[in-house]
Ligand binder design. Structure first.
Ligand SMILES: [Zn+2]
Length: 372
């Protein structure tokens, strides 16, 4: 690792930085290397995608050379604050893992037959849009629901989280909650489930998102945030209206007995249009069923109503694509997936068209003159 860092620093001189360039158009016929064995915390897919954009003379270079070249470029993209955050997260996890003893070890390695219902497993194995559609409903555009998890797996996961919470109480460990909206809940990645959840994303969610969210980062998912939220008495009550820090969100109800807690969706929006009103066709409400999943894009605005009785536990997997996020930075004015952006674009075009017409230069004016 030390040697690697030296190499990167050496490669960061102004001269070599000038030379570190990517090509705008990918080499479409190039078959990129896999970088999975390098254990890069989920950026192996990003490197494979980036490889297509390498200067042509580097495409056939040894993998190590390509890797160093790309790491050099990516290194400049990661702000120092983020590097510190990653380091702190690593230390935080190591501290937990040095003392926490898992209760159900069978949860920590993916076992498809034990985890998933047979219909879901068959659809993923068949791996076609037709097989996916055969088990999924799309009750509103871009929102998919389907049966996914075995009841026993749901029970074991709830029980593991309870076991973790007891450990937190007993050791007085200062635990980080999943996000700013939740007072309760646990980050599964923090106590050893990261590898299992990464496999869940790569082998069971990516096949779906490649088909249903290809234009929205679903083809290049490369990292995740996996956590549990809990609602009810002595837990969180509701979830405010928000968008997720994800390209694709998997939300599965694990149980148990509860009433209320419906999800409400209100259309896709970019940051600029986050608080605009919803259109009637964007309004969709969903009642959770244990074992059943909801899949949606992260920018699909949503919230959860109050869980008025009982106890509701949900598994959330925020799947992210660093490549998609990089690409979005270049789009400053218009997002094709935002309803309001699309409307603004249309209004602008209409306005231009009508100005063109009233200026007397439009073909319509000419035609009306001709018929007068
Ligand atoms: Zn917008």
């Amino acid at each position: 690792m030390q040697d690697q860092r030296k190499h990167l620093e050496a490669g960061s001189s102004s001269k070599s930085k000038e030379m570190s360039r990517l090509m705008l158009n990918p080499a479409k016929n190039h078959k990129p290397e896999t970088y999975e064995d390098l254990k890069l915390d989920g950026s192996s897919l990003l490197l494979s995608s980036l490889e297509m954009h390498l200067p042509r003379h580097l495409l056939r270079a040894p993998r190590d050379q390509k890797f160093t070249y790309m790491r050099d470029i990516l290194h400049d993209y990661v702000p120092p604050a983020l590097r510190t955050r990653d380091q702190m997260q690593k230390e935080y996890r190591e501290k937990i893992m040095s003392s926490y003893q898992p209760l159900h070890r069978e949860l920590y390695t993916i076992d498809p037959v034990a985890f998933f219902v047979p219909t879901f497993l068959k659809a993923i194995n068949d791996n076609t849009e037709k097989s996916f559609r055969s088990i999924m409903s799309e009750p509103a555009p871009g929102i998919f629901t389907f049966e996914m998890l075995q009841p026993r797996f749901c029970e074991l996961l709830i029980s593991e989280v309870e076991h973790f919470e007891k450990w937190v109480d007993r050791t007085k460990f200062t635990v980080m909650r999943p996000n700013t909206m939740n007072q309760y809940g646990a980050v599964l990645d923090d106590f050893g489930l990261q590898t299992m959840l990464n496999k869940l994303m790569e082998d069971f969610i990516s096949p779906l998102s490649k088909v249903f969210y290809a234009e929205l980062g679903g083809s290049t998912l490369d990292s995740h945030h996996g956590f549990i939220v809990e609602f009810g008495m002595h837990r969180d009550v509701e979830m405010e209206f928000h968008v997720d820090d994800s390209e694709v969100t998997l939300n599965v109800c694990l149980g148990r007995q509860f009433s209320g807690g419906e999800l409400y969706f209100r259309g896709m929006r970019c940051n600029k249009h986050l608080n605009t009103i919803s259109r009637s066709e964007e309004i969709f409400d969903y009642s959770h069923v244990p074992g059943c999943a909801v899949l949606h894009h992260g920018r699909h605005r949503h919230g959860a109503r109050a869980t008025i009785a009982g106890h509701r536990v949900n598994l959330l997997l925020w799947c992210k694509s660093s490549l998609f996020r990089e690409m979005q930075k270049f789009k400053r004015d218009f997002f094709s997936w935002c309803t309001e952006c699309n409307q603004e674009k249309k209004d602008k075009q209409d306005k231009l068209l009508s100005e063109y017409e009233t200026s007397g230069m439009g073909p319509w004016r000419g035609e009306s003159n001709a018929t007068a």
